[in-house]
Design a protein around this ligand. Sequence first.
Ligand code: THU
Length: 118
Amino acid sequence: MAKAYAPYSKFPVGAALLCEDGRVFSGANIEVASYPEGWCAETTALGHYIMGGGGRITDIAVTAERMARITPCGGCRQRLAEFTQPDTRLHLCDETGVVETVTMGEMLPFGFKGDSLK
Ligand code: THU
């Protein structure tokens, strides 16, 4: 979150993905003057995760300084679901730590899966 570039919303967000081998891939939101072209912290973290070689994600954490218990936006739920399982833990945080832990399945029930495209 400290590395967010959010001059327009002034709503910095941080996300982190923990892999089973202990690696952590983090990300922050990055905004641009053409607002729809900015992207979320979770998406930055997923980019680092893929470029870092991927692996099994066991936990996700998301935090925002201006919101006590931020939840990923709809698009990020879909992106996170692509690389996680329904039982992957998602920790919703504030500045002091975890406020609530849910699963990806709870966060995105009935999500569209790519299996049908194969
Ligand atoms: N944002 C995230 O980074 N993650 C979320 O899950 C929700 C929203 C960012 C996008 C934008 O830069 C700012 O928060 C305000 O919407």
